[in-house]
Design a binder for this molecule. Structure first.
Ligand code: PMV
Length: 314
């Protein structure tokens, strides 16, 4: 019996996080250097229907009935079975491995869901179309995020850069000139559902003030799209800086994020901002290739626990 394996990349949001939940556009790209892999193999000697789930990274080794039905992995399996109108999985073993940092704004949850949907649907003999993978993953994202925009499942499913507006058809982005982004991890895990919930509360208290910020972020994203599509990379740095200021206004930055953003800017980056839910997790910095090493080592010295360089050639 062959094993069925699927992978899914991480993602970073270049522009527009949080405002995207309120209908503004956002730009995100896949990061293939870090991946989640799910391997499904039949276990014909196990009891019928016995499903073993292992994810060494998070210390998970259990069987499906033992898993809380509200757990994202249980939700993923339930959503798939319901879609395929299959009552239960045949006996199998599901092994998840990943080098995507967890709760760091890189879409680790969505990557597990997407890889799992692909590997399991192939194992069941019903490989799913991208559109279905993304739609099912969106349902599971609600468990992670509460009120997700859908950007994570979209970028991760399609593995392409997107200009994303909630509820609208996907617009893929292209650029005539690739550029380099450093992704630096503050080392502070920060679940997105918390910052998304806090922004929602703040918006409910002061709707006009927050909608103003969301709109300004939307304008920045619009300009960033034009720059990317024209291959005008330098202006993207200034736009990142402006986007970071607006995220500070939203209250989702942190002293560590602000400090590392400053370090990147002082060490050759054209611009820098937090990326994803904020409060912890990752920041991103736009660098020219001759400044990459300088900025990366300055970030490491200033306390970034991990720095990844990724080429955006969307
Ligand atoms: O990068 P993450 O997984 O933290 O994504 C967060 C993006 C938000 O805009 C804050 C939320 C969302 O659902 O779009």
């Amino acid at each position: 019996m062959p094993a069925f394996t699927a992978t899914a990349p991480a993602k970073i949001i270049l522009f527009g996080e949080h405002a995207v939940v309120y209908g503004q556009p956002a730009i995100a790209v896949p990061v293939s250097k870090v991946q989640t892999r799910v391997m499904v193999s039949a276990t014909p000697l196990a009891k019928p229907g016995e499903v073993r789930l292992q994810s060494p990274l998070v210390g998970l080794d259990t069987t499906l009935p033992q898993l809380d039905p509200a757990h994202p992995l249980a939700k993923t399996i339930a959503a798939l079975l319901e879609h395929l109108k299959i009552a239960r999985l045949p006996a199998c073993s599901i092994r998840i491995s990943s080098n995507i940092p967890v709760a760091a704004g890189m879409g680790s949850g969505a990557a597990v869901t997407v890889a799992m949907l692909r590997a399991l649907s192939a194992f069941l003999g019903h490989p799913l179309a991208d559109e279905t993978v993304s739609a099912l993953a969106f349902e599971v994202e609600k468990v992670h995020h509460g009120t997700p925009s859908g950007i994570d499942n979209t970028v991760i499913t399609y593995r392409r850069g997107v200009y994303f507006v909630k509820g609208q058809p996907i617009q893929f982005l292209t650029t005539p000139r690739a550029f380099t982004i450093l992704i630096a991890d503050t080392g502070t895990p920060s679940p997105t559902s918390i910052t998304v919930g806090e922004v929602r509360k703040a918006w409910q208290t002061e709707p006009a003030r927050y909608e103003n910020i969301f709109e300004r972020i939307g304008q920045i994203v619009h300009q960033a799209r034009k720059s990317i599509e024209n291959g005008a990379i330098k202006p993207l740095g200034r736009l990142m800086d402006e986007n970071h200021s607006q995220l500070q206004e939203l209250g989702v930055s942190s002293p560590k994020l602000d400090q590392l953003v400053e370090v990147a800017r002082r060490n050759g980056a054209l611009g820098a901002k937090l990326s994803g839910g904020g409060r912890g997790g990752n920041l991103i910095a736009l660098v020219e290739s001759d400044q990459e090493e300088l900025a990366a080592s300055a970030l490491r010295e200033a306390g970034a626990v991990n720095v990844i360089a990724t080429q955006v050639g969307i």
